[in-house]
Write a protein that binds this ligand. Structure first.
Ligand code: GLU
Length: 483
């Protein structure tokens, strides 16, 4: 049975890189009819952020990367929160000490600091000097009986090579002498990440560990721990980093990195998932749009690349636009709640017409206030350079005077009759093309872009259009009299 896990530390928001890791674990498990497990790694109590676990679970659910087991999801191999498993770690540490693979270390922080400083000054790699490896049994017993603060360290081999087989990177050798005698149990009685991670991956029967490449250097230590416990190790796959367009590590300074940020801006989970799936995994075809089902069907670790993948927000926006265009009017309306500006006087069905009118050009829901302004706003502002430029031209007065008088006689006002009125203006004034249409667009919407004029005037009432055209005409007259 394939069992994968996502094992975040609840230190804040979920990073888009974290969601990609969760997604690849999910896809790999699902593509093999396996199970995807969520485990909360909260052994570093000082870094714990209140609400982070709830937020994480909520975000995974939003993204449809739903665990089969985990806190809130149940499962037979829990608890799935490490701080609730302290007794398990204590027993395992004890067995490592008994087998001689781990030892008590009583070195003070002062001593360790001094050691590190000296090693740095001598241009040596800072590492523990293994001093407590050789303490006598009676010494250890005495110190423990005196309640002397201590940690437990693993004994790493001093020579040789530890080779990791990584499903993405192949064989990766690590010289043993580079490995420190890693602390496994801290003085507060909490395990370190390394111990808890290995014990839990074993007890939770994880078959594949798929995680970020920043954990690759820890893997030889984990491999040793599996050996010391006498367990088979899971298979490993380390994913490369997500990068900014300048190839530096994806960082807050160059854009949003929290899934939350994208959600708040109105990106759809389907788009974010589709986008993240392709950051590192190559489907081997030109297909770019994938549903979750298709991803599950197509995904394989063999097609995950070794080099860093660039997080290109424009591509994400394009994809989001694609998914927005596929939404039904009702769904579009439902998802836009929370993003729409004040629309008093507009019924839900009128609002749906507005939304479908702008659906084509929408790339994210946070654009709604901007893109719907031309409909919902009471009073347009013409004092914007582009708009002012159109309305200050002498022909603007000619066009608008003619159109205002057409508005008085237009029958059955709608998009078609309005366009017919524009055609009459064209005939009577002799002005056509861009100067004609842009002036009318500017007058009617206060903007230079937007849906087609007949689409807009199918939605706006005759009264609103007449009123806006009159205001624009007044404005245009003021501008020309000033020139
Ligand atoms: N708790 C680690 C993290 O925050 C998990 C690393 C792993 O998957 O082993 O990313």
């Amino acid at each position: 049975m394939i069992r994968t896990r996502f094992a975040p530390s609840p230190t804040g928001f979920l990073h888009v890189g974290g969601l990609r890791t969760a997604l690849y674990n999910y896809l790999f498990a699902k593509s093999h009819n396996g199970r995807f497990i969520l485990r909360i790694e909260d052994t570093d109590q000082s870094r714990k952020v209140p609400g982070a676990v709830e937020n994480l679970i909520e975000t995974l659910k939003w993204a449809n990367v739903t665990p089969d087991e985990g806190p809130e999801f149940g499962g037979d191999l829990g608890p799935y929160i490490q701080s609730q498993r302290l007794e398990i770690y204590r027993q395992h540490i004890q067995s490592l000490i008994e087998k001689g693979h781990a030892y008590y270390c009583f070195c003070s922080t002062d001593r360790l600091d001094a050691l590190r400083k000296q090693q740095i000054a001598e241009h040596r790699q800072p590492r523990y000097d293994n001093r407590c490896r050789t303490l006598s049994d009676s010494d250890i017993r005495k110190r423990l009986a005196n309640n002397e603060p201590h940690v437990v360290r693993m004994k790493t081999p001093e020579t040789g090579t530890i080779e990791i087989h990584d499903l993405i990177r192949g064989n990766v050798p690590f010289p043993a002498e580079q490995l420190d005698d890693q602390v496994l149990m801290k003085s507060d009685g909490y395990p370190t990440y390394h111990l808890a991670n290995v014990v839990d991956d074993h007890l939770m029967q994880i078959s594949h560990v798929i995680r970020g490449e920043e954990w690759l250097p820890s893997t030889p230590k984990h491999q040793l721990l599996y050996k010391y416990f006498g367990w088979d190790s899971p298979q490993f796959a380390h994913l490369s980093l997500l990068l900014n367009p300048d190839k530096s590590k994806l960082s807050k300074r160059q854009g949003d990195v929290a899934v939350e940020d994208y959600r708040k801006k109105g990106y759809l989970p389907e788009a974010l998932i589709n986008f993240l799936a392709l950051l590192g995994w190559n489907p081997g075809t030109d297909q770019e749009i994938f549903s979750m089902e298709e991803l599950i069907h197509e995904f394989s670790l063999e097609r995950v690349g070794r080099s860093g993948a660039i997080f290109n927000v424009e591509k994400l926006a394009w994809m989001n636009g694609h998914y927005i265009r596929t939404l039904s009017p009702e769904k579009l309306f439902q998802l836009s709640s929370g993003f729409l500006p004040d629309r008093s006087g507009w019924s839900d069905s009128q609002t749906i017409s507005v939304l479908t009118a702008i659906q084509e050009g929408l790339t994210k829901f946070s654009e709604l206030p901007d893109k719907t302004r031309l409909f919902f706003t009471e009073k347009l502002n013409y004092d914007i350079p582009d708009i002012q430029e159109y309305l200050a031209k002498p022909e603007a007065v000619t066009i608008l005077e003619s159109l205002v008088s057409q508005m008085e006689i237009v029958q059955d006002f709608n998009g078609d009759s309005f366009v017919a009125a524009i055609k009459t203006v064209q005939k009577t004034t002799g002005i056509k093309g861009k100067p004609l249409w842009m002036t009318i667009r500017a007058a009617l919407t206060g903007e230079t872009h937007g849906p087609e004029i007949h689409v807009i005037t199918n939605i706006l009432s005759q009264e609103t259009c007449a009123c806006r055209l009159q205001l624009a005409l007044d404005y245009a007259r003021r501008q020309t009299s000033r020139n």
